[in-house]
Design a protein around this ligand. Sequence first.
Ligand code: SAH
Ligand code: SF4
Length: 399
Amino acid sequence: MKNLLDLDPAALTQWLAERGQKPFRARQLLRWVHQRFESDFASMTDLAGGFRTSLAGEAAVVGPTVIRDTTAADGTRKWLLDAGGGNAVEAVYIPETDRGTLCISSQAGCALDCAFCSTGRQGFNRNLTTGEIVGQLWHANRMLLADGDPTSPAAQSRRAHSALSGDSAAAKPRASLDHPAPWVEAGHAPITNVVMMGMGEPLANFENVVPALRLFLDDNAYGLSRRRVTLSTSGLVPWIDRLRDECPVALAVSLHAPTDELRDRLVPINRKHPLATLMAACVRYIERAPRDFVTFEYVMLDGVNDQPVHARALIDLVRDVPCKLNLIPFNPFAGSGFTTSPRERIRAFAATLQDAGLVATVRKTRGDDIDAACGQLAGQVHDRTRRRLATRIHVSAAR
Ligand code: SAH
Ligand code: SF4
């Protein structure tokens, strides 16, 4: 069975051509799947009956399996999605007054082992498929649209379920339920921005990530502008160049240290692609990028990378790169060995950068009460769920 979420526009056109179908059929199908979030071919009323029947025989639209769905007091919503084999990944929806952003995962776990990252701690499990990456956006849009209409069956059953399970976070009225997000026109997709900043290193899964990006951008699918799709990387230099050539979306680079000596320790991939080559790649990227700047992310670690000397070295480092700096308060997790810089020090660090003429902002933390912030996306499966998944795996292994 072919999962249509796995096929980018070119692949879908090709797949249909092999079945004697014209390219406009691909456009129709893309709109049904990625704009109306329909998974039932029988409901795709403007497709010929015979075509619908043959599609149903060899294709399906398969979204993710949700293990847990939690909403924070500030409206941030996190879906824990089954990645098989006892693993899970997370997608996080962040509503703001003028936009709705979805933070998407690209891998189950991550091999790059950054010292301060809980995803890195769990090691690498596997690459997500294109369908699993696109499925996060497909699912979030579909659920948020359903909830936006309080009379929809999905919204009603969710409310009933929340009340029954006594899940206090989920039982809270959602912003989108009682006050539809103002940027959402009736029937339109609620997600306006995508950031590939969830679990995993997206450029280490280039072959599956790029087709997903193409769907995010395609007018017959999600139709997002390149500026509204951001890919965050820890700095895989050759792949930054390939991304520039094949699909230059907005680029964020996880810098976290201004010298090779420190970055080698915090972001081990730096030993392979040191700062000078990384900065050069950023400059090359900007020549072709949809935004005229790179966003540098810099996690603020108490006493490690947050001193005035680091700020000054950082100013020197990024001098030739059109950029913005985003300072991220470290999100602590058990056994990390790091603590968050005090708020005053973060403010002083930002002020030093700003005084040197750089654009520097401090990231607001969102969804604190549901562990939805950067670096906390560890696909934690709580004990009860973990046991259930483990049982399932044993059962299928025993078959
Ligand atoms: N692998 C990619 C994208 C996912 S991580 C990357 O590293 O860029 C998204 C961002 O969260 C990165 O900037 C990452 O360094 C940061 N991050 C990881 N762990 C964190 C933590 N515990 N606290 C704050 N930010 C963290
Ligand atoms: Fe991987 Fe990014 Fe975490 Fe580093 S920060 S371990 S690259 S997910």
